[in-house]
Design a protein around this ligand. Structure first.
Ligand SMILES: Cc1c(C=O)c(-c2nnc3c4c(C[n+]5cc6c(C)n(C)c(C)c6c(Cl)n5)n(C)c(C)c4cnn23)c(C)n1C
Length: 331
């Protein structure tokens, strides 16, 4: 089997996050969920949430699904890199993504979400595509949608074709040759503790020399930006007039009028260049002439993160075979 579904930016101006339609239960309830290769819980806004925490999101009501079953005595609680979080109870039900159905998928129903989730009306929950070792359900951890689907897939892979300010796709079970050019460069994945961790072969700022130094980081479709070591980030912002690492704004900012260099990263012998226009994320507050950078320091994060800003300049194959690998291709 295979599946293919759209990855739609939630914001027309900046690629903050992408959502994908997912149908749950019988009759089908369709929610817009954020596919996140940096976590491993499938959780949704649900009928178990206080209405005060719902502001425009679609919800999943298990009591309206004839195929929903309570996973008695199980609960979950998750916190993300930006400090947001949610928790609740667990049901199993049918979950379908782009024509690919998994029966008895653990659906983690939110009973509490943090304010940043309540304030984001376009995200009805997340679909974790990390390794199932990261799943937070207790006392018995649950498998991700991909792990549940894997055995039935034509090939144990999913691919991300994210795009700048337009809809891309997530494919399951096949590699669509029409979505990339040239060869796919595969590199090993270290899935301990459960992220898609791989080693980038280095970077270059603008037209500068390529610095061939390995950078271990995670491929994370659920993170907007790129978080890299301070040496890389200072080398980049040294080329940006007026750039500062702002404590008040929580990262590198610069005058929106500044000329930005491109940023190139390596995967093996392959090179991927993020154009200057993508490297300015947003004005720090609406209308401000100070802009927030797409490249930020991973100091204090603990891991380096290749988020949507990096992923959207490539076609990326998440190979869940044995051993797992990750493939990057131009497009
Ligand atoms: C270590 C780390 C991260 C690791 O992941 C991270 C981050 N970066 N984007 C996201 C996340 C997103 C994507 N996302 C980013 C957004 C930004 C930057 N803004 C202004 C809004 C309104 C966003 C929304 Cl609704 N959604 N989502 C949905 C979740 C649950 C995230 C959790 N963390 N996160 C940050 C900001 N930091 C410091």
């Amino acid at each position: 089997s295979t599946g293919s579904a759209a990855a739609v930016p939630i914001n027309a101006e900046f690629d903050i996050a992408y959502v994908t339609p997912v149908t749950l239960g019988t009759p089908p309830q369709t929610l817009q969920l954020d596919f996140d290769s940096g976590s491993s819980d499938l959780w949704v806004f649900s009928s178990h949430l206080p209405t005060s925490q719902i502001r425009g999101q679609e919800i999943y009501a298990p009591n309206k699904s004839s195929t929903a079953k309570l996973l008695d005595g199980h609960s979950w609680s998750i916190t993300y890199g930006d400090g947001s979080g949610s928790r609740g109870n667990v049901y199993t039900d049918n979950v379908t993504v782009g024509g690919l159905m998994v029966e008895r998928q653990a659906i983690e129903c939110a009973q509490q979400v943090s304010s940043s989730f309540t304030s984001e009306a376009h995200i009805d929950g997340l679909v974790g595509l990390g390794f199932s070792t990261l799943n937070t359900v207790s006392p018995k951890s649950q498998l991700t949608f991909f792990d549940n689907a894997k055995g039935a897939l034509d090939s144990p892979v999913f691919t991300a074709d994210l795009k700048h300010k337009q809809a891309g796709t997530y494919d399951f079970g096949f590699i669509d040759k029409a979505k990339y050019t040239g060869e796919i460069t595969y590199v090993p994945v270290n899935n301990d503790p459960g992220y898609w961790t791989f080693s980038s072969s280095g970077y270059a700022v603008g037209s500068g020399n390529f610095s061939a130094s390995p950078i271990s980081g995670i491929a994370d479709t659920g993170t907007s930006l790129i978080y890299l070591p301070t040496a890389v980030v200072t080398a980049y912002y040294r080329q940006v007039q007026g750039a500062t690492n702002s404590r008040s704004y929580g990262g590198y900012v610069f005058p929106c009028s500044a000329t930005l260099p491109s940023f190139t990263f390596g995967v093996g012998e392959a090179r991927f260049t993020i154009p200057p226009a993508y490297m300015s994320y947003a004005a720090v507050t609406p209308g401000s002439s100070t802009c927030f950078g797409g490249l930020q320091s991973s100091n204090g994060v603990g891991i380096n993160i290749w988020g949507d800003l990096a992923l959207k300049v490539a076609f990326v194959v998440f190979n869940g075979g044995t051993p797992p690998t990750i493939g990057w291709a131009a497009k």
